[in-house]
Ligand binder design. Structure first.
Ligand SMILES: [Zn+2]
Ligand SMILES: [Zn+2]
Ligand SMILES: [Zn+2]
Length: 355
C-alpha cells in the first residue's frame, strides 16, 4: 500500500463563536477532499481508485502564529480519507471506507469525532462495528458495541469473513417480519441507528462494514444481494408509492425506477417516515416502526416526488438489450427479439442480477 504525501486539503483559521476554528478551504483543495467532505460517495468511489486503502494525505492548516500576532503560520498534518470523513460527519463516505477494510483503531479515527456533530453517536457506533473486524491490540479492550455478541457465530448467522458476505440469503423484510424476529434486534433499535437521519438516508442504504458472522436481518446496514437494500432517496429520485411491477416480482427499470421498491423504500422515504402516529403509540414494541409515537416524533413530509406518468412504460436502454427487446440493428433479423421476449406463455421477463 503506497503512502502518498500529496496535499489534498487546506484549512484556514477563522474566528467563530467559540474561539478559533479550522474551516476547510474547499476552493483551494482537491476534488477528492471536496468529495469526502461533501459526502459525495459516487465521486469518492471514482477518485479513490489508486489511492490505496489507508494512504495518508497531507492537509495544510493556515493560521496565525501563536508567538507573533499577525504573523502567518502553516502546519502540515497527515490525514487519511477516513479521518477526514469522520471529522466532517460524512456518513456515506465513512461507511464506504470502513467496508473497504479501514481499521478505525490503527487509523486513530476516534480522535477525529467532533462531538458537536449531530451524527457523532452514529459515527462512533459505525467505528465500533468496523473495529470488531480487527483483533484488539494487547492490553486493549475489545471493540465496543460492535462486540456485543455480534461476533459470536450463531447457527442462524449468515456469512463469516469477507467471503461469507456473498452467502447472504435473498430475502425481503416487511413490517410483519420485523415484528416477529426470532433473534436479538439490539442493533436495529440502537439509538445511534434510530435517528431520523439514519433511518431515512442510511438504514439498509449504507454498506455493512462487518466482516464477522452476524445476522444481516438484524443489521441496519445493507449487504450484497440483500433485497431489503434501499436506494438513497437523495441520490435517486423515487416516490414512496410502491412500484406495481416490483410487487408483481419484476421491474425492468431496476435501480432507475421512480417508484419505491419494497416496504423499506416506501415507508422510510422522507415523504412518509414518521409522518403519521403509530396506533400503539408509546406501547409500540416494533424494532423498526415507520410511525411516530409522540407528537414530537412527528415529521413534516419532505421530498415528495411524483413519478412521471410514462414511467411504467419506460424500459431503460441497457435493459432492452439484455432482454432482447431492442437488439442492435444487425441482430434484429435473427430469431428472438421483441416477440419472443414477451411471449404470453413465458410470464414476465426475468431481469438479470446485474440490473
Ligand atoms: Zn451487517
Ligand atoms: Zn420499479
Ligand atoms: Zn410504532
Amino acid at each position: 500500500m503506497a503512502e502518498t504525501s500529496e496535499v489534498i486539503g487546506h484549512y484556514v483559521q477563522q474566528q467563530g463563536e467559540g474561539g478559533y476554528q479550522w474551516v476547510p478551504a474547499l476552493d483551494q483543495s482537491t476534488e477528492l477532499f471536496n468529495a469526502v467532505i461533501g459526502d459525495d460517495i459516487s465521486r469518492v468511489e471514482q477518485l479513490y481508485t489508486g489511492h490505496g486503502g489507508s494512504s495518508t494525505h497531507v492537509c495544510l492548516f493556515w493560521g496565525e502564529s501563536k508567538e507573533q500576532t499577525g504573523a502567518p503560520r502553516v502546519e502540515a498534518k497527515s490525514r487519511t480519507l477516513a479521518a477526514i470523513a469522520t471529522q466532517h460527519g460524512a456518513l456515506r463516505v465513512l461507511s464506504y471506507l470502513l467496508s473497504k477494510g479501514v481499521n478505525p483503531r490503527s487509523e486513530g479515527l476516534y480522535e477525529f469525532i467532533e462531538s458537536s456533530n449531530p451524527n457523532a453517536p452514529t459515527i462512533r457506533a459505525m467505528l465500533d462495528d468496523a473495529a470488531g473486524n480487527f483483533a484488539p491490540a494487547p492490553g486493549e479492550a475489545p471493540a465496543g458495541p460492535g462486540a456485543h455478541g455480534a461476533r459470536t457465530a450463531t447457527p442462524d448467522a449468515h456469512g463469516s469473513g469477507a467471503a461469507g458476505q456473498q452467502g447472504y440469503a435473498q430475502q425481503e423484510l416487511d413490517q410483519a417480519d420485523l415484528e416477529n424476529l426470532p433473534y436479538s434486534t439490539a442493533d436495529l433499535t440502537r439509538p445511534e441507528y434510530a435517528t431520523d437521519t439514519f433511518r431515512m438516508y442510511c438504514f439498509k442504504v449504507l454498506r455493512c462494514s462487518k466482516r464477522y458472522a452476524h445476522d444481516w436481518r438484524a443489521c441496519p446496514f445493507a449487504h450484497p444481494t440483500e433485497n431489503a437494500r434501499r436506494r438513497d432517496p437523495r441520490e435517486t429520485r423515487y416516490s414512496s408509492l410502491v412500484c406495481p411491477d416490483y410487487r408483481q416480482g419484476c421491474c425492468v427499470r431496476g435501480d432507475t425506477c421512480q417508484y419505491a421498491h419494497g416496504v423499506f423504500e416506501s415507508w422510510l422515504h422522507p415523504s412518509r417516515y414518521r409522518t403519521q402516529l403509530c396506533k400503539d403509540q408509546e406501547k409500540c414494541d416494533r424494532p423498526v416502526c415507520f410511525f411516530a409515537h409522540t407528537i414530537s416524533e412527528l415529521r413534516t413530509p419532505v421530498d415528495s416526488f411524483v413519478p412521471n406518468p410514462e414511467e411504467r412504460l419506460r424500459v431503460p436502454q441497457a435493459t432492452q438489450v439484455v432482454l432482447g427487446i431492442a437488439p442492435p440493428l444487425a441482430l434484429q433479423m435473427s430469431a428472438g427479439g421483441a416477440d419472443t421476449a414477451y411471449a404470453a406463455d413465458q410470464g414476465p421477463p426475468v431481469v438479470p442480477d446485474l440490473l
